[in-house]
Design a protein. Sequence first.
Length: 76
Amino acid sequence: MAYTCSLLLRTLPAIDAELNPPDEEPQIIFDLPRPKRDYDISPERAMVDRMAPCCATTPVEPDGCDGYTSDSDNSK
């Protein structure tokens, strides 16, 4: 019986809104944060950019052990 009464009480605001509609349309407020447009570099990307010149090495020529060779006639 208590459950039925709580259901009835929950429907009272809906019934009231249906019988007495508001005079004006509800105002919709868009309160979203603006997108970040300044494109800051993330700390991880900044560290990679700082470390790249000191860690740069010349690429190693393929030796054929991994299935790839630098010779076009011996390629698989």
